[in-house]
Design a protein around this ligand. Structure first.
Ligand code: DGL
Length: 265
């Protein structure tokens, strides 16, 4: 069996690249729902439906564990999938998200003013606020939606990102946050630009520096899951649509040329 790795778009490949560096032995299937991405500006019900179909595809295709490497999908679908869908349809399998492991890490920094930069749907779900407040009710949290960033990243548009990013970050800078969570897996590719804009005193928290180690820890703690995952070091890359530009974008974010296969569901 394999590890499924799901993101709405190809930006998730940047995180997968880091995961594979830490856990190169396992077999993976990466899935991007390019036919319907980005998810971040859609309604909660549609995000849930798309995520369920995508996760279902991975579970049907022999994944023991699915990492929902998308904050939007984690925020709007993960809990319901874990509680209501998985135990009935795929008992014994696992679905993990990226929000809670990020929060666990951030709380270790003892920050009192925290900014969250995320998609519109993630901000609207208030998932970061709800989960953080459960563990640390005193922390002040300020959210900022950044709806234009994922389309720019997916369309090789980083050269236009800086003024947009400055506008999104200004309200968080004005609130004097001590750290900013890049609460979308795509935003990791912008972390240097974010750091330049916010200055050295603000900590920029990027999931590509958190999730690989958290996943490795999870697999150490859950030997019964890890033992079921095959170890030939192979990765299959699938997308729900194949357009000529996708291969180039995939190469950019994964760091090497890869072959994309069409996922049919
Ligand atoms: N990488 C996804 C996330 O973390 C992108 C969301 C989208 O499709 O807009 O939120």
């Amino acid at each position: 069996m394999k590890i499924g790795f799901f993101d709405s778009g190809l930006g998730g490949l940047f995180l997968l690249k880091k995961v594979v560096k830490v856990l190169p032995q396992y077999d993976y299937v990466f899935l991007a729902d390019l036919k319907r991405s980005p998810y971040g500006n859609r309604s909660p019900q549609v995000i849930y439906d798309f995520t369920r179909e995508s996760v279902d595809y991975l579970l049907k295709n022999d994944c023991q564990l699915v990492v929902v490497a998308c904050n939007t999908a984690s925020a709007l679908a993960l809990r319901k999938l874990q509680q209501e869908y998985l135990p009935i349809k795929y008992p014994g399998r696992r679905i993990l998200g990226v929000v809670v492991p990020t929060i666990e890490e951030v709380l270790e920094y003892k920050i009192s003013r925290l900014g969250i930069l995320a998609t519109r749907a993630t901000v609207g779900s208030r998932v970061y606020i709800k989960e953080i407040k459960k563990l640390d009710p005193k922390i002040k949290i300020f959210q900022q939606a950044a709806p234009l960033l994922v389309p720019l990243i997916e369309n090789n548009g980083l050269r236009w990102a800086e003024p947009i990013l400055r506008a999104y970050l200004a309200p968080l800078i004005n609130k004097k946050v001590e750290a900013i969570i890049l609460g979308c897996t795509h935003y990791s590719v912008l972390k240097k630009m974010v750091q330049k804009i916010v200055g050295p005193k603000v900590k920029v928290i990027s999931q590509d520096e958190i999730i690989p180690e958290k996943l490795a820890d999870y697999l150490v703690k859950h030997r019964e899951i890890a033992e079921k995952i095959s170890q030939a070091g192979k990765i299959i890359f699938e997308t729900t649509d194949l357009a000529p530009d996708f291969c180039q974008t995939a190469k950019k974010w994964f760091g090497q040329k890869i072959k994309l296969k069409k996922a049919a569901y």
